[in-house]
Design a binder for this molecule. Structure first.
Ligand code: PMP
Length: 357
């Protein structure tokens, strides 16, 4: 740390993204990316814009906002596009929390929430998930904080129902409730249909998972026009050009190709079911997932040891060495070939362990 670094950030611990390996080729099942390339329409759009990079992008992002609104079945005034949903989430912490209005989220959830809170000097409460990692809906109904709920949750893969979300929204009418739907396309139920009914609902989503565009950095927020207006104030006060030309065109392209996204989600869901079944046959406990990842553990096999052995065999998964999660690993659902390689590596690891015993 330099002697010039502001005291207010002295104790900030940045978010640690999943490893992006260099040098060696891994089967990469550690950051919940899609195994499929972006839609050809997205690729064409991005290529077209390369020739125009001397020009700033449209700061209102209107062509993409309009297309997104159409796909979601809402009005354009209900949509804000962000540089990844991370940016939208950060804007939500800035906009809807402060010293008097702390944040609250589950103790086991997306690791960036606490970092955004710290970054913005916001106090936060972590509400413990139940023993089985389900969300204690009653606890969330009791507190009047600005709430952040990943639904489905990460890294567990579990979701709550829309009726539970409605209970939380109506029990907390004076604070914003953010529903982070990064993984909703893999079997979850979206709360977007509720934005007209609940003034305090903000839904966020991403193009990084089901739409195969993690590298383009594109996400969105959906809410009533007043909440979206607040987020625009922050966007226009930090970076009005937050969506670059190539990403904007690629985003429109993939939204014109919803069939492609739906097909890919179907494939991931089928591969997820097959992989979970195979893991269970090998003695793993697999949490039923509504996302593009599996959260699994096996008795007698430490989470860290499994993670390290897989890495040695060229398979990367995500491990969290925290008290409640250390037995588990989060395994992204890749292509069938990738999951076969992961399962083969797992079988070898179990066999080697048996031979050593
Ligand atoms: N929310 C959750 C629950 C996530 O897991 C992620 C991705 N790691 C994000 C939001 C952010 O995604 P992005 O910024 O790529 O849109």
């Amino acid at each position: 740390m330099s002697r010039f670094f502001s005291k207010k950030y002295e104790s900030l611990v940045p978010y640690t993204p999943g490893e992006q390996p260099k040098g060696r080729t891994f089967i990469k099942l550690n950051t919940n990316e899609s195994p499929f390339p972006p839609s050809p329409k997205a690729q064409e759009g991005a290529k077209r814009e390369v020739e125009l990079l001397q020009l700033y992008p449209d700061p209102t992002c209107s062509a993409l906002v309009n297309k997104m609104a159409q796909v979601l079945g809402v009005k354009s005034e209900n949509v804000l596009m962000g540089n990844g949903s991370d940016e939208v989430l950060n804007f939500a912490f800035m906009a809807f929390c402060d010293k008097e209005h702390p944040a609250a989220f589950a103790d086991i959830t997306y690791g960036f929430y606490s970092v955004f809170a710290e970054l913005n000097g916001i106090a936060y409460l972590e509400i413990p998930l139940n023993e089985d990692f389900t969300l204690p809906v009653e606890e969330f109904c009791k507190i009047s904080h600005t709430l952040f709920i990943a639904n489905p949750n990460a890294p567990t893969g579990l979701a709550i129902s829309l009726s539970d979300i409605e209970r939380i929204l109506s029990s907390n009418p004076d604070r914003v409730v953010v529903i982070d739907e990064a993984y909703v396309d893999f079997g979850g139920q979206s709360a977007v249909s509720l934005i007209d009914k609940y003034e305090n609902l903000l839904v966020t989503g991403t193009f990084s998972k089901s739409r195969s565009m993690a590298g383009a950095r594109l996400g969105y927020g959906v809410a009533n026009a007043a909440l979206i207006g607040d987020l625009h104030t922050l966007r226009n006060s930090t970076n009005p050009y937050n969506i670059n030309r190539m990403t904007m065109a690629a985003g429109i392209g993939v939204l014109e190709d919803e069939e492609y996204t739906k097909e890919n989600c179907k494939k991931i869901i089928a591969t997820r079911a097959r992989t979970a079944k195979e893991l269970e046959k090998l003695g793993f406990e697999v949490i039923p997932s509504l996302t593009n990842f599996l959260f699994a553990k096996k008795e007698g096999l430490s989470g860290m040891a499994f993670y390290k052995s897989l890495r040695e065999k060229g398979v990367l998964v995500r491990h969290f060495e925290t008290p409640r999660l250390k037995d588990y690993n989060r395994i992204t659902v890749g292509s069938d070939e990738e999951m076969d390689a992961f399962l083969q590596a797992t079988r070898e690891i179990l066999k080697e362990k048996e031979e050593r015993a």
